[in-house]
Design a protein around this ligand. Structure first.
Ligand code: NI
Length: 177
C-alpha cells in the first residue's frame, strides 16, 4: 500500500470539524499503523486523522514510550498556563510560541473500545491539545496575531510554489479569478 501523504496547510480537510468514530474496527487499526509509520518517518510525535485526509476523531502519538491511539478524545478539565515553541507536520518548517493550559484531564477510548482517562502535563498535555485542535479544524495559525499570520501565509505560499516547481504550473493561467 502507498504510504500516507501528510496534508499541509491549504488542504480543506484540515479545516473540517471531524466526525465521531462510532466503530473501532480492523480497518481503523490498519490505518493507525500506517499513520504511525508516516509520523515516525516525518518525524513527529503526533498525527491526527485529518492530517492524512480522514475526517474522524482520533490521533496517534508516541513520546518515546511506545505508540498510542486515542479515539473520540475530550478534555474534561484543564489548568495552568505554559508557553512553548510549537510546530506542526501540516505547517512544515515553522513554529511559534503558543500559550496553552499546562495540565489536562482527558477522556477517550482506545483501539479496543475501552474507556481511558489520562492526566497529562507539559509536553504530553500540549501534544494532546494540539492533536485535538486538528479534530476541530483548528491550526497553529489561528493562535497568531495578524502580523505573524500574514508572514506565515507568505512563507507557506512560497513553500507551495516551490513544491510544484514555480509560480506558474501547467493550467495555472486558466485559473485566474
Ligand atoms: Ni499538527
Amino acid at each position: 500500500m502507498a504510504p500516507l501523504r501528510i496534508r499541509v496547510y491549504g488542504d480543506p480537510v484540515l479545516r473540517r470539524v471531524a466526525e465521531d468514530v462510532d466503530k473501532v474496527d480492523g480497518a481503523m487499526a490498519d490505518l493507525c499503523r500506517q499513520m504511525l509509520t508516516a509520523m515516525y518517518e516525518a518525524p513527529g510525535i503526533g498525527l491526527a486523522a485529518p492530517q492524512v485526509g480522514v475526517s474522524q476523531r482520533f490521533f496517534v502519538y508516541d513520546f518515546g514510550e511506545g505508540p498510542g491511539v486515542l479515539v473520540n478524545p475530550e478534555i474534561a478539565e484543564s489548568d495552568g498556563e505554559w508557553t512553548y515553541n510549537e510546530g506542526c507536520l501540516s505547517v512544515p518548517e515553522l513554529s511559534w510560541e503558543i500559550v496553552r493550559p499546562r495540565r489536562i484531564h482527558l477522556r477517550a477510548y482506545d483501539l479496543d473500545g475501552g474507556e481511558v482517562g489520562i492526566e497529562a502535563e507539559d509536553l504530553q498535555a500540549r501534544l494532546f491539545q494540539h492533536e485535538m485542535d486538528h479534530l476541530e479544524g483548528k491550526m497553529l495559525l489561528d493562535y497568531l496575531d495578524e502580523d505573524q499570520r500574514r508572514e506565515a501565509k507568505r512563507i507557506l505560499r512560497r513553500q507551495a510554489m516551490a513544491a510544484r516547481g514555480g509560480p506558474l504550473g501547467p493550467g495555472d493561467a486558466l485559473t485566474l479569478p
